[in-house]
Ligand binder design. Structure first.
Ligand code: AMP
Length: 218
């Protein structure tokens, strides 16, 4: 079997990072840990925490660092991640989260951070066209829909537009990304972990670029 990997995916909303993260997780046989998916699961379960998170998410805001760090800390101590590794998608989103992540993973440090670079005008259009499976989170687009109506090819779930993919929430997320998340690019470059990938092109082309860049580092 291939070696595992401990990897963080960075990139603007809609840069295709979720799709690439899922493929990388399949390739390296490690869990795909999406904090957005974990929050959406809490929302769907209707927990008190989920209801609070939903308000923040629908407005395009960020859930507090304390909460997110707690969620990820717990997840990264489960045996599937302590063994082969993980693909972290959507975390860290702030420098404070990145510092906490370094502390959490001190004994098994992160190996690589992939930054998917896609211009803002392109991602804004992609997000508006994005549709996702309600149950498994598989990502489609108006230009690349499921085979049969809006029913997921993977698990038969209903394929819908995310509640936070409205124009206003998207604008807020892109602004927050520039203010809070972009500083992670120099943060990880200074630590020698950053790989910059051009995110334009087909899913296959971009995956090959990421895969080659990771392989070249090993
Ligand atoms: P995503 O699916 O990664 O786009 O996340 C959807 C929403 O969940 C974000 O817009 C935030 O409101 C929230 N969220 C996900 N991950 C984080 C995080 N690491 N820190 C703060 N908020 C987060």
């Amino acid at each position: 079997m291939t070696e595992g990997v401990r990897l963080v995916m960075l990139g603007r909303q809609g840069a295709g990072k979720g799709t690439q993260a899922i493929r990388l997780a399949q390739h390296y046989v490690v869990p795909h840990i999406s904090t957005g998916d974990m929050l959406r699961a809490a929302v769907a379960a209707g927990t008190e925490f989920g209801l609070k998170a939903k308000e923040v998410m629908d407005a395009g805001g960020l859930v507090s660092d304390d909460i997110m760090v707690g969620v990820v800390d717990e997840r990264l101590h489960q045996s599937d991640t302590t063994g082969r590794g993980y693909i972290l998608d959507g975390f860290p989103r702030t420098v404070a989260q990145a510092e906490s992540l370094a502390a959490i993973t001190a004994d098994r440090p992160l190996e690589v951070v992939v930054n998917l670079e896609v211009p803002e005008d392109v991602v804004a259009e992609r997000i508006t066209k994005r549709r996702v499976c309600r149950t498994c989170g598989h990502i489609y687009s108006v230009d690349a829909p499921p085979k049969h109506g809006w029913i997921c090819d993977v698990d038969g779930g209903e394929v819908v537009q995310r509640a936070d993919d409205t124009a206003e929430a998207v604008r807020k997320r892109l602004d927050l990304y520039a203010a809070e998340t972009l500083p992670l690019v120099p943060f990880y470059a200074e630590r020698g972990l950053l790989v910059e990938i051009d995110g334009l092109g087909s899913t296959d082309e971009v995956f090959e670029r990421i895969f080659a860049a990771i392989d070249a580092r090993r």
